[in-house]
Ligand binder design. Structure first.
Ligand code: FAD
Length: 385
């Protein structure tokens, strides 16, 4: 493991934090590793891992949250094993928890947060729509209509929502028809008018289940509205805080792919020599290690800044953009040095190679993150003409 963490960033953790991480790593190697290829091929999530993972106390109490670096390494460790496992975790610990942390009133937080943390209230973040991905701020078309009794009626559709089929509630973002502002609601997944359709045929992140959601006259009580979400600015604050999680995932995927490639090239021989003895293979290993090390350095520094309360859009956008670029390069190099076996699930690199594509696009594509940085550098927004 230390090979992928070349500059020993883990040394920034306490002994106790490292011990817990080691237990997580050991569980993932022993219990998750043998299941991954099969479940990936079948396009199913290994549900039997969910409860044992939750039992490893993956989230700290709201009043005493984990240090950012420790939380980052937890995500890194999951992604180093599998991108879907990391995404399953960040759907609850990142997306949904952030929706409650930023969007709920103090009273709502007191009620929901303990259940979010012990996973007894499982939720998903339902923002993207069939017709609006990158331009969701302007294009969000799901409507919320307030009735005379104070309750709300939602109509519209959501796309790509990760983990929706097994969630208790869907955090749905909708536009209030009265004031045109975006509001957020916790919708019981089993409510009348909610239809979930699994998105089939994915070639990336196949284990993670993504849903197309239709909302047809769905009634939601006012008590289930997130009282501190009053415009898209509040949603943007959530996105800004969560994007660093994806950068940690992009770093972890690279570590997993690099280590799998390293194992392979020491075992396989050609021309009577191990693959790892060839100069061209060594050059690719060095590039992969450079990418992983640069990615870890980026996310560690970003997380340190966030711990100080520095949460600028362009900072998390830069980390997500750059680690994703490194990730695409690293997984392609890993797949390359494994040769033909690099496109079969028998080698872990094939799974990392395929899964990297979803991570490259979700929570802000390369282009959108680049434009966020460009706007900060020039003062000019280039999103629209
Ligand atoms: P589009 O917005 O249609 O973009 C298509 C292409 O055009 C991209 O390359 C984009 O960069 C480019 N483009 C768009 N606008 C511009 C511009 N102004 N300038 C230059 N280029 C531009 N969403 C949720 O709400 N919750 C989830 O849980 C969730 N999970 C996801 C899981 C997976 C596996 C995937 C693939 C997506 C998930 N998403 C989720 C949605 C994800 O956030 C969107 O896919 C992403 O925001 C991009 O939107 P889009 O796919 O509609 O692409």
């Amino acid at each position: 493991y230390a090979v992928a963490d070349w500059y020993d960033a883990e040394a920034l953790l306490t002994i106790e934090e490292r011990q817990v991480l080691a237990r997580l790593r050991e569980f993932l190697d022993r219990e998750a590793g043998p299941l991954l290829a099969d479940f990936w091929e079948r396009g199913e999530f290994p549900e039997q891992l969910a409860q044992p993972l939750i039992g490893l106390n993956l989230m700290e109490p709201f009043e005493a949250p984990a240090r950012g670096i420790y939380q980052g390494f937890r995500i890194f460790e999951l992604a180093r094993t599998d991108a879907s496992l990391a995404t399953w975790y960040t759907a609850q610990a990142g997306l949904f928890r952030t929706a409650i942390r930023v969007g709920a009133s103090p009273e709502q937080q007191r009620e929901w947060m303990p259940k979010v943390i012990d996973f007894s209230l499982k939720g998903v973040f339902s923002l993207t729509e069939p017709e609006s991905g990158s331009d969701i701020a302007g294009g969000l078309a799901t409507t919320a209509h307030r009735r005379s009794d104070g309750s709300w009626v939602l109509n519209g559709a959501k796309r790509w929502i990760g983990g929706a089929a097994t969630a208790d509630v869907l955090a749905v973002f909708a536009r209030d028809v009265a004031d045109g502002q975006v509001k957020a609601f916790l919708v019981d997944r089993k409510s009348d008018g909610v239809t979930l359709d699994k998105i089939h045929g994915k070639t990336s992140l196949r284990m993670m289940q993504n849903a197309h959601i239709t909302l047809d006259g769905v009634r939601v009580p006012e008590a289930m509205r997130l009282h501190h979400v009053n415009s898209f600015r509040d949603v943007a604050a959530m996105l800004r805080a969560m994007r660093s999680d994806v950068a940690w995932i992009a770093a972890g995927i690279q570590a997993g792919a690099f280590e799998a490639a390293l194992r392979y090239i020491t075992e396989r021989t050609q021309f009577g020599r191990p693959l790892g003895s060839f100069q061209l293979v060594q050059e690719k290993l060095a590039r992969m290690l450079g990418n992983v090390t640069a990615s870890l350095s980026l996310v560690v520094r970003l997380t340190e800044q966030q711990a100080k309360g520095i949460y600028r859009d362009q900072d998390s956008a830069l980390a997500k953009m750059q680690t994703s670029l490194f990730m695409r390069d690293t997984v392609a190099l890993a797949r390359e040095v494994v040769g033909g076996n690099g496109i079969t699930l028998a080698s872990d690199v094939a799974r990392f190679h395929a899964d990297a594509e979803a991570v490259y696009s979700y929570e802000g594509t390369h282009d959108i993150n680049a434009l966020i940085i460009g706007r900060a550098l020039t003062g000019e927004s280039a999103f629209t003409r």
